[in-house]
Ligand binder design. Structure first.
Ligand SMILES: [Zn+2]
Ligand SMILES: [Zn+2]
Length: 581
């Protein structure tokens, strides 16, 4: 079966009776109003406000397939199962069904719809910790479905607990989380490797088992004191589409899937090497195939390689592909990569970097001594893999201890992990904090711009970080300082009035009749959420929206200042604004 066939079966299964889920469109790879992560890494990410209790326009049962990017472990790509870019099948209960529906449904999907043999499936449940008991309920449901007791494993909070921040102790106040129940597939003919431990078990990394799905039961919210049960318990299921397909085909190498087939074939043709022949070359081919697939997906979202945020990740993926192609073919150029993709920003980066790489090789020749730091700098600046540096150092008759390099590397990796963890953890709290305030301010800004400049003003995009908002809108000329002053005054007058912010659910037609602005309506289903700032009969702003909002403008606690105004593109202006307390 192909990934597309399985995706269709999954969506059909969950939208049909008695499951009756509504299919939601997949979100973009870069979330507009979420400064907490660089990329959408799971289907639940755009749903956080709804998991926290806001009603979703499409109801309490949702399903979709979400293109996702995970960048934490780029260095680990190269095995048969990890990829940077993947699609995630997801279904959600927003305070509706729970374990006794979710577990049998996902079991029915895997064993009946996809016909996976039950004896090849293993499951896990939460073993409990000091605060939360063992998940007996899930265990009993699995047993009732006929899963043998020796196919059910219990793991602790490091494996079977989910929250965005990690274990219960790591969760900040306001964070939601709960126990999980995972499903694993056992591949035929893969023996356990003692390198990974004495005993084999579903979470063993030897390759015999692969996790193909995870049901998260969101039961708790962390408060300042402890974990408290949520009034509405949610289910969040996520399953890697490529992995489920690999299980259905009983082939542990996901790079054998047609989604990778063409790109692997190009790499084989260019290098004259054969996939699967040597371990090292196969690994290099997987890295190029994975990284190029991810980079192309990023380019399709309009991203370009750069030194910042998403662009930096894209740059790293492309550069690493160039280095790996170099090891496969000796020397590579943008012309070679033109056989893999026609995407312009990618080919430009390949061109620039392959030249830098040649220059790096010449720099290397000049180095008097190759120590750990120097090797790491070559890696960092020119993307030199350690093996390459070792080989060159060897030619120069120098000894370089790989340990020294690994130490320098670890130091750097820890630094970047801490940074991304900080970004992540600070995040969810933000949904209730600065981001929510700034998002509400975009509504005020939009309404104020229309009053000052005219009704031709319409939103073209927005982007929010914890400290500022960026807002793009149609307008023909730069704003004068008087206009900016007027817009600021108008916004700040509303904040001073402590206007209420409320919402109502209605059809798009009703929303427009009620005077709501609706520029991004394609994202919602047949019902939309309409946010009103002000009283029902004399409102200041009314917009169709799905984002997080304050309930009263007094919560903004400050004054809005426009800090910058410039052109974004032809006929589109861009302003930056922040809240000054
Ligand atoms: Zn094993
Ligand atoms: Zn909004």
């Amino acid at each position: 079966m192909t990934t597309d066939e399985i995706k269709k079966k999954y969506l059909d299964f969950f939208t049909s009776s008695p499951r009756d889920h509504k299919q939601i469109p997949s979100a973009s790879l870069v979330l507009e109003n979420d400064p907490t992560t660089l990329f959408t890494s799971a289907g639940m990410q755009p749903l956080v406000p709804y998991l926290l209790g806001e009603p979703h326009p499409l109801g309490k049962r949702l399903v979709n397939s979400q293109p996702s990017i995970r960048t934490q472990d780029i260095e680990e790509i190269g095995d048969s199962r990890h990829t940077t870019y993947f699609e995630m099948l997801g279904n959600w209960s927003l305070g509706d069904y729970f374990k006794k529906e979710q577990i049998p449904w996902i079991w029915e999907f895997l064993t009946e719809v996809l016909a996976l043999p039950p004896k090849k499936l293993y499951v896990s449940v939460f073993a409990g910790n000091g605060d939360v008991p063992r998940d007996e309920e899930s265990y009993k449901i699995w047993r009732k479905l006929g899963v043998a007791s020796d196919h059910i494993f219990a793991y602790g909070e490091d494996k079977n607990w989910w929250s965005r921040a990690g274990t219960p102790a790591q969760m900040p106040a306001g964070e939601i989380g709960g126990p999980t129940s995972e499903i694993f597939y056992e591949f035929t003919g893969v023996a356990h490797n003692k390198k990974f431990g004495n005993e084999c078990h579903p979470n063993c990394d030897c390759g015999r088992f692969m996790e193909i799905g995870n049901s998260v039961f969101m039961v708790y919210k962390k408060t300042n004191r402890a974990l408290e049960e949520l009034p509405n318990k949610n289910v969040d299921f996520g399953g890697g589409l490529e992995r489920i397909t690999a299980a259905v085909n009983d082939d542990p190498d996901i790079f054998h899937l047609p989604v990778f087939g063409e790109i692997v074939k190009h790499i084989e043709d260019l290098s004259g090497k054969k996939y699967g022949k040597s371990e090292k070359e196969t690994q290099a081919m997987r890295i190029v195939a994975d990284h190029m697939r991810a980079a192309v997906a990023m380019a399709q979202e309009g991203l370009e390689p750069s030194n910042k945020l998403q662009g930096y990740i894209m740059r790293r993926l492309i550069r690493r592909s160039v280095v790996k192609m170099n090891t496969l073919m000796g020397k590579t150029t943008a012309t070679d990569f033109g056989k893999i993709t026609q995407t312009k920003p990618i080919l430009n980066e390949v061109d620039r970097f392959s030249k830098t790489l040649q220059k790096g090789l010449r720099e290397f020749e000049k180095l008097p001594k190759v120590d750990g730091e120097a090797a790491f700098n070559l890696y960092q600046t020119y993307g030199f893999p350690l093996e390459l540096t070792l080989e060159l150092a060897h030619e120069k008759g120098q000894k370089l201890d790989p340990k020294d390099f690994k130490e320098a590397f670890k130091k750097h990796q820890e630094m970047s992990r801490t940074q991304s963890a900080g970004k992540f953890k600070g995040g969810l709290a933000d949904v209730g904090g600065e981001t929510t305030k700034l998002h509400t301010v975009t509504h005020l800004l939009h309404a104020a711009l229309r009053r000052v400049l005219g009704n031709h003003v319409s939103q073209k995009g927005s982007n929010i970080t914890a400290s500022r908002l960026r807002f793009d809108f149609t307008h023909h000329s730069p704003l004068t300082s008087e206009e900016i002053q007027k817009v600021e005054n108008l916004i700040n007058d509303q904040i001073k009035k402590s206007l209420p912010v409320s919402y109502a659910m209605m059809s798009l037609k009703e929303a427009k009749a009620a005077g709501a602005l609706a520029f991004f309506t394609e994202r919602y289903g047949d019902k939309v959420k309409v946010y009103t700032i002000g009283d029902d009969d004399s409102w200041f702003s009314r917009e169709v929206c799905g984002g997080p909002h304050v309930t009263n403008l007094s919560e903004i606690k400050g004054r809005v200042k426009i800090t910058k105004e410039k052109s974004a593109s032809a006929g589109v202006r861009r302003v930056y604004a922040k809240i000054i307390t």
